[in-house]
Ligand binder design. Structure first.
Ligand SMILES: *[C@@H]1O[C@H](CO)[C@@H](O)[C@H](O)[C@H]1NC(C)=O
Ligand SMILES: *[C@@H]1O[C@H](CO)[C@@H](O)[C@H](O)[C@H]1NC(C)=O
Ligand SMILES: *[C@@H]1O[C@H](CO)[C@@H](O)[C@H](O)[C@H]1NC(C)=O
Ligand SMILES: *[C@@H]1O[C@H](CO)[C@@H](O)[C@H](O)[C@H]1NC(C)=O
Ligand SMILES: *[C@@H]1O[C@H](CO)[C@@H](O)[C@H](O)[C@H]1NC(C)=O
Ligand SMILES: *[C@@H]1O[C@H](CO)[C@@H](O)[C@H](O)[C@H]1NC(C)=O
Ligand SMILES: *[C@@H]1O[C@H](CO)[C@@H](O)[C@H](O)[C@H]1NC(C)=O
Ligand SMILES: *[C@@H]1O[C@H](CO)[C@@H](O)[C@H](O)[C@H]1NC(C)=O
Ligand SMILES: *[C@@H]1O[C@H](CO)[C@@H](O)[C@H](O)[C@H]1NC(C)=O
Ligand SMILES: *[C@@H]1O[C@H](CO)[C@@H](O)[C@H](O)[C@H]1NC(C)=O
Ligand SMILES: *[C@@H]1O[C@H](CO)[C@@H](O)[C@H](O)[C@H]1NC(C)=O
Length: 867
């Protein structure tokens, strides 16, 4: 099933030709892999890393790059250690919303809720808090935040792990999250790079398990403009924010695997974006040894070719590949320098806590090497790392509730005579909040999707618990809850007695290795689960004050009931994490005035989104071809383009107060013209001159081998035997593209030059300001949004460029001042391979949603070089 790297290498070389001939998308080779250079804020860490790596032997460097194998150490991924220097194994742990596979940790709101807050500050605070927890458990790398999938298709299973299908919301919030995590001394890992937009077909084996006979992962075929203006955009922000690591993805891009794609990793990420940290593979997303090393991969996770084989594309093989001269040592030096730069950058040399938990057991005692059940000892110290994070979680939970409809019934007082709480989603999972592994079920209230992007709940406040306490603390109201969605007559009866009925409904999704109600990661439809629509109808036909609360992973179709006059209010609460009930109650009863905005569009029908996931293989048993034909037109850009009216637009959200907008001002800031980056790099630094004598890498006698563990050493001085690869020794010229091993100075890319891309892309070109006033009677939050129209025929009608969340007292005004940077008014020019400001007249808008653009102005033309 798994091809050896040579075969893959050979296939890669020939597949380019095949792809060219057959007309299927192909990814152009881009070599050599750019070496780190330590610019700007990386300088100090880079210098330390270089010094550190210069002192390592080849085997020690290889240890830093290669995982020791699935379930062989405490974390979901660990690399080898360097015992000679007392340097412990680096620990990588899921997830983007907390610590997976651990106890005494917090379950934070999901990324999509952070998206809904539109709050850079809350994104930072959540990142900081998550980082503190990871640090406290002795984790080096938190495997998050997620910005891919970005959410091309609303039915994509893992969209909720990220922030929004808008690249600017994603970009701002990923940057703040990364800063938060890394300020806590933990390396963040932005993932998945790139175009990993659906679960189905992401891995051939997984797809086969669902009855699809395909031999390779699907290919996301994306043109260069779409790549830059949409999918790469938030990664640029992540790199600019100093992210220490990036995870390459399962999917192929233009028929070349994400973790072996030189164009994606070498050119886009390390060339153009000047990424200085390290690229790690997704778990089992590596498909080749030499090829992936030269294409820009820096760390193999979890190290084994296939979980539990004890064999690796790297480890022994990478040592041999350097010793036999196929992979230049500078490339391995660069991998190690990148890994250690990230380590030093976040200060792990000063304050790293030893790992004190074990992913594979919640017991105190267990096996150090769980896979092979070796070395029974104390593995879980049960360290409580939750700190005071519950209050932040509750706050973000409330700050992310989007009020979609309110006929004046909210906020409630708590003194209502009879409150009905209806729906399974209001109550507990009868199997316990963690009763389904990796949250792989939809039992009880939904506060997290499923898959690796999860954490165990330390507790989960259900809506009904919080609502009941609220009502009992306020007076004498009745509160009656019915959790069984199928109990139609009981529900009708309770609803008909109620002064107010709170109906809780949900829709779930998750990662592809778990199927819930036959949703194999991705959602099968955009409707509510568990008969949610019918449930709402039943309540609404019996109660003229029906309030709907939705816990969903993304957009659902609400046509059947949203405009029913008996549905007096609608709230979207997303996936709020452990404080779910408290957060929604804060909003329902008015302690918190809702200020969130929908981070995605609510369409009238699924087709309106334009880019559904590919559901059937379309290339026989070859890789399914997912053509991103819609280009940049996803979510609101698609609705605008096709003149489809949504039910609730992107950026929309009500408040208990009202706001007005006035005084748009735009001025040109003096700025230097855009200067394409020129020049050449230094040659690849060579930090070692290791022996080419294979016998110098034999297993030392002193090593007590752990079974199926991945080491950097050889078991024979005959490299073909030690590798065990039947194709060992193939001539690299037969499969490696020209220049792949060239360590001489290389030209810099015009769009590159600094982390995040050409620094002058971030020059402030215009200053824009607008006044926002709270016209109502209560304090509330508003999120003014700045959109730009780039003016070209191929451009979206408008694109979001910035936003800010303000709290305003009644009558209070704020002048929001922001800037448009060069990147914000540029388009990607594929011929120039650079950003350009086109001649098309551009407009700027400030409004309260993507369709409530209260203020607008033309952007004054720029003098000089730009047009
Ligand atoms: C994919 O192919 C398109 C069309 O040829 C090209 O514009 C784009 O740069 C390629 N991207 C990658 C990552 O190979
Ligand atoms: C590589 O890491 C393993 C596991 O931690 C360790 O046993 C071994 O000694 C390390 N090898 C070297 C060369 O440091
Ligand atoms: C899958 O496809 C391959 C290649 O076409 C074929 O040889 C094999 O029999 C198929 N397997 C199944 C289970 O259909
Ligand atoms: C080396 O890599 C090949 C695949 O390219 C694999 O078949 C072999 O088992 C690996 N060897 C070791 C020792 O891990
Ligand atoms: C060098 O080593 C690698 C890793 O085992 C192997 O795949 C490759 O075939 C070897 N190349 C030569 C020319 O011996
Ligand atoms: C929990 O979810 C599982 C999987 O969907 C389902 O089979 C089971 O019936 C549910 N249990 C309860 C008590 O709801
Ligand atoms: C959509 O999927 C959910 C979850 O599997 C299911 O409960 C619901 O019945 C489906 N809706 C339709 C219209 O098929
Ligand atoms: C609204 O609720 C009342 C009961 O309060 C019911 O008589 C009426 O039929 C409902 N209207 C709709 C449109 O369901
Ligand atoms: C519902 O109907 C009752 C009785 O007719 C009325 O007093 C109440 O104001 C109505 N509530 C809403 C929200 O329309
Ligand atoms: C590396 O070592 C070899 C053999 O000892 C020597 O010939 C060569 O000059 C060295 N190269 C460097 C760059 O030090
Ligand atoms: C050495 O490694 C190769 C490749 O993994 C394996 O086939 C062979 O059995 C190993 N030999 C010994 C003596 O461990």
């Amino acid at each position: 099933m798994w091809l050896g790297w040579l075969q893959v290498g050979a296939i890669l070389a020939s597949s380019v030709a095949v792809a060219k001939e057959s007309g299927i998308a192909h990814s152009p080779p881009y070599y050599p892999s750019p070496w780190a250079s330590g610019p700007g804020e990386w300088a100090e860490a880079y210098a330390k890393a270089r010094q550190f790596v210069s002192e390592l032997t080849l085997a020690e460097k290889i240890n830093l790059t290669t995982g020791v194998g699935w379930m062989q150490e405490a974390c979901v991924g660990n690399v080898g250690s360097i015992p000679r220097l007392g340097f412990p194994s680096l620990c990588m742990q899921d997830s983007p919303l907390g610590i997976r596979f651990a106890d005494y940790v917090s379950a934070f709101p999901a990324g999509i809720n952070v998206g809904a807050t539109f709050s850079k500050q809350l994104a930072y605070l959540r990142g900081k808090a998550m980082g503190e927890e990871h640090r406290g458990k002795g984790i080096n790398v938190q495997l998050g935040p997620a910005i891919g999938p970005i959410g091309r298709s609303p039915d994509g299973g893992r969209n909720w792990e990220g922030f929004s299908p808008d690249p600017v919301v994603s970009g701002h919030l990923v940057a703040e999250t990364i800063k938060g995590i890394q300020d806590s001394g933990v390396i963040a890992c932005a993932k998945h790079f790139i175009a990993n937009e659906q679960e189905r077909f992401r891995q051939a084996g997984e797809a086969q398990g669902y009855g699809f006979n395909i031999s390779e992962s699907s290919s996301s075929n994306i043109d260069d403009v779409t790549m830059h203006e949409l999918y790469l955009w938030p990664f640029a922000d992540a790199v600019r924010a100093g992210v220490g690591s990036i995870m390459c993805s399962y999917t192929q891009i233009n028929n070349s695997y994400g973790c072996g794609n030189s164009y994606a990793m070498n050119k886009l990420l390390k060339g153009e974006l000047d990424f200085q940290g390290f690229v790690m593979s997704d778990w089992q997303a590596q498909h080749s040894g030499v090829s992936s090393a030269l294409a820009g991969l820096d760390m193999s996770m979890p190290g084994d070719t296939v979980f539990g084989t004890g064999l690796s594309f790297w480890g022994t093989n990478l040592t041999i590949a350097v010793a036999n001269g196929t992979v230049p040592e500078w490339r391995v030096d660069d991998m190690a320098v990148r890994i250690m730069s990230a380590y030093f950058k976040v200060g792990q040399d000063k304050n790293q806590v030893p790992t004190n938990f074990n992913s594979w057991t919640r017991d105190e005692y267990g096996f150090e090497h769980a896979l092979v059940q070796q070395n029974y000892r104390r593995v879980n110290e049960k360290v409580n790392v939750r700190g005071q994070h519950a209050s932040l979680i509750r706050k973000i939970g409330a700050a992310s509730v989007v009020l979609l409809k309110n006929n004046g019934v909210l906020p409630l007082k708590g003194t209502e005579k009879f409150t009905a709480v209806i729906g399974e989603d209001a109550g507990p999972n009868l199997w316990g909040p963690n009763g389904c592994p990796d949250r792989g079920c939809d039992n009880g209230t939904l506060a997290m999707g499923w898959g690796s992007g999860t954490a165990d709940f330390p507790y989960l406040i259900t809506p009904v618990e919080a609502i009941q306490s609220e009502i009992l603390s306020k007076g004498e109201g009745n509160i009656v809850a019915v959790f069984d969605n199928a109990a139609k007559s009981q529900i009708a009866s309770v609803a008909s007695q109620a002064t107010v009925s709170l109906v809780f409904v949900n829709a779930d999704s998750g990662e592809g290795y778990i199927s819930v109600d036959r949703n194999e990661g991705d959602r099968n439809n955009l409707t509510l689960w568990k008969g949610g629509d019918e449930l709402i109808q039943t309540v609404a036909s019996n109660c003229n004050n029906t309030i709907v609360v939705m816990h969903t992973v993304g957009a659902v179709l609400v046509n059947e009931w949203y405009d029913n006059p008996n549905v007096t209010a609608i709230l979207w609460a997303g996936l709020p994490g452990q404080e779910s009930g408290n957060s929604i109650t804060d909003v329902l009863y008015g302690r918190v005035n809702p200020g969130a905005k929908s981070p995605f569009t609510w369409g009238k029908k699924a087709e309106d989104y334009g880019a559904p996931i590919l559901r059937e293989p379309n290339a026989g048993t070859d890789a399914p071809q997912i053509d991103f034909k819609e280009g940049i037109f996803i979510d609101y850009r698609a609705f605008d383009k096709n003149n489809n009216t949504p039910v609730y637009e992107f950026g929309f959200g009500l408040s208990y107060t009202t706001f007005s907008y006035s005084d748009l001002k735009v001025e040109i800031l003096h700025t230097r013209p855009y200067t394409p980056t020129e020049g050449i790099t230094e040659p690849a630094p060579s930090l070692g001159n290791s022996s080419h004598d294979f016998s110098s890498y034999l297993f030392p006698n002193s090593v007590e081998k752990v079974r199926l563990y991945i080491y950097p050493w050889l078991n024979s001085s005959d490299p073909a035997r030690a590798s065990g690869d039947p194709h060992y020794g193939m001539d690299p010229d037969d499969y490696l593209p020209p220049g792949a091993t060239d360590g001489s100075p290389q030209p810099l890319l015009p769009a590159g030059g600094a982390p995040g891309g050409n620094p002058s892309l971030y020059d402030d070109i215009y200053r824009v300001s607008a006044t926002i006033t709270n016209d109502g009677k209560v304090t509330g939050d508003e999120v003014p949004q700045l959109y730009v129209s780039l003016g070209g025929k191929k451009d979206a009608k408008i694109v979001l460029r910035d936003f800010e969340r303000f709290t305003l007292a009644p009558g209070q005004q704020v002048v929001w001042t922001t800037t448009l940077k060069r990147r914000d008014i540029s388009n990607w020019d594929p011929a120039e391979q650079n950003w350009v400001v086109t001649k098309h007249r551009k407009k700027v808008y400030v409004g309260s949603s993507s369709r409530k653009l209260h203020l607008k102005a033309r952007l004054p033309r720029l003098r000089g070089g730009d047009d």
